[in-house]
Design a protein around this ligand. Structure first.
Ligand code: NAD
Length: 491
């Protein structure tokens, strides 16, 4: 099995003393811990969610500017995938929170009567939310909404790579939610120090290499983790589908945010005949969505840093010019990389790890079965997309593969359905969130049982066990007799 140990991670500073002093980090954690109220009522939780909504609504322009500075994100995309998306997520949680947070009565078996039992949802305490740079607003504030809904206090660590958004969020979260949220800004040294603290849950979104660091640090305190990771999300296309319509959707899903989307189609699998027919449709779709020169399009984003652009152009340099179907042009000064479609062998240089940029390899396979075989030989992906009208093909992918999510004929949309869990499996992540899944991720389901002292029905199980043993033996005998009777009936 191939493993996608990511080179996306920032290099760890070899000489960093782990014990280095970071009073601001320690103070942020101490403040969030001191602010925790174990029995925060529903009204106070709803108030926090309202304030989070106010933060987003009242500062839309500042957030859009920061997203444009970091990622060249067009305002419409900023709304669709970050600000508006998160507002919808919060509204959905707010609407249902009373129901989710209410205790759930659970019937007790007759042998325990009289007694009552219920499940109570408790906050975990103080949780850490660590976010990456590609959707730097949504991936901070959406898990934050779940954590606040469940009644926790939160330490937030935005990505230092999207520095403009990090600065804006630090200021806004302090202003709107400073009583329950602390923000730690900074890079590897600050995060390393942060992870030395004991949290009640760590919610990390990012690459698998850093996830291993996060999980190891959390293990020191037996802290549970949610890991929202990435990987290579394959897309199957076959001749039964409308290739023009499929191409438009694939191009949209791939080149949104300049390909820097964890659930973007990483590569396309298809038979050589299908891929040959798909190529011109992809070229047409790129022109339709981004114009003849996507560099001039106000709907196309930028690569987050020059370092990330260099990684991508380094990958492209390994592709022979004859295998570039469209795009390929880079402008380092602008952090621009054109929407690029290339031909690739299943074991080509683009198939080693998650691409996480606007390069779409078309990878020929013999059949749908061969595609399934290829997918199963690699890490379980975060998303799998199938473009087919053939029921047996759809069933084949549904039954024979495993992935965080599976979507037919539409990339990315599995994220937008609030009733669905969003998370990976295996190398693509552990745990899930969105909607009710966020609430349960950040809550502890506590078992509560209440039994009156009188009558003392527990006498039956108190030692000495002689009488009980006799009764149990009699009961067991009775069961055996019943079984035999059933056996006779069946005969
Ligand atoms: P990143 O570099 O911003 O890192 C994420 C977080 O880890 C940041 O807060 C950063 O400060 C911290 N960090 C980085 N190096 C560290 C170290 N050595 N020690 C401790 N902390 C460290 O983001 P990234 O990892 O490059 O993000 C891209 C990856 O995230 C891709 O693999 C993508 O697929 C994945 N992703 C997953 C999801 C999801 O929801 N499943 C969403 C977005 C991105």
């Amino acid at each position: 099995m191939t493993s996608t140990h990511s080179t996306l991670a920032a290099p760890a500073p070899e000489d960093l003393p782990v014990t280095e002093d970071f009073p601001a980090v320690d103070a942020a954690v101490a403040r969030a811990r001191a602010a925790f109220v174990p029995d925060l009522d529903l009204e106070a939780r709803l108030d926090r969610l309202h304030r989070l909504e106010d933060l987003l609504r009242e500062n839309r322009a500042a957030l859009e500017d920061a997203l444009a500075a970091d990622l060249g994100k067009p305002p419409a995309e900023a709304w669709l995938t970050e600000i508006g998306f998160t507002l919808e997520e919060i509204a959905g949680i707010r609407k249902e929170l009373g129901r989710w947070a209410a205790p759930v009565r659970i019937p007790v078996p007759l042998s325990l009567a009289p007694a009552r039992s219920r499940i109570e949802h408790q906050p975990l305490g103080t949780v850490l939310v660590m976010a990456p740079w590609n959707y730097p607003v949504q991936l901070v504030l959406s898990p934050l909404a779940g954590a606040l809904a469940a009644g926790n206090t939160v330490v937030v660590k935005p990505s230092e790579v999207s520095a403009s958004v990090s600065a804006v969020l630090a200021e806004l979260l302090e202003r709107y939610l400073g009583d329950c949220v602390s923000v730690v800004e900074g890079g590897v040294p600050e995060t390393t120090r942060l992870l030395e603290h004991r949290f009640d849950h760590v919610f990390y979104t990012g690459n698998g290499t850093v996830a291993r660091i996060v999980m190891a640090a959390a293990a020191e305190h037996l802290t549970p983790v949610t890991l929202e990771l990435g990987g290579k999300s394959p897309t199957w296309v076959d001749g039964s589908t409308d290739l023009r319509a499929a191409a438009r959707r694939i191009v949209w899903g791939k080149f949104l945010n300049a390909g820097q989307t964890c659930v973007a189609p990483d590569h396309v699998l298809g038979t050589p005949e299908t891929l040959a027919a798909l190529e011109p449709e992809l070229v047409r779709a790129v022109a339709e969505l981004y114009g003849e020169d996507p560099r001039r399009s106000d709907s196309y984003g930028r690569i987050v840093t020059e370092r990330h652009l260099e990684r991508l152009t380094g990958l492209l340099a390994q592709i022979p010019a004859g295998d570039v179907v469209c795009g390929g042009r880079a402008e380092p000064g602008e952090r621009y990389l054109a929407p690029t479609v290339v031909r690739s062998a299943p074991d080509g240089p683009l198939m080693a790890e998650e691409i996480f940029g606007p390069i779409l390899p078309l990878v020929p396979v013999r059949s749908a079965e061969h595609a399934v075989e290829l997918i199963r030989s690699r890490d379980k992906p975060l998303a799998l997309y199938v473009f087919s009208e053939d029921k047996t093909v759809k069933e084949l992918f549904r039954r024979r593969t495993s992935s965080g999510g599976l979507a037919f004929n539409a990339p990315l949309l599995q994220l937008s359905s609030p009733g669905l869990p969003f998370g990976g499996v295996g190398e693509s992540g552990t745990g899930a969130y969105h909607g009710k899944f966020s609430f349960t991720t950040f809550s502890h389901a506590r078992a509560v049982l209440d039994k009156p002292l009188a009558p003392d029905t527990l006498r039956l199980v108190y030692p000495p066990y002689r009488g009980l043993r006799t009764r149990l033996a009699a009961a067991a005998l009775g069961r055996r007799r019943t079984r035999r009777r059933h056996a006779v009936t069946e005969i």
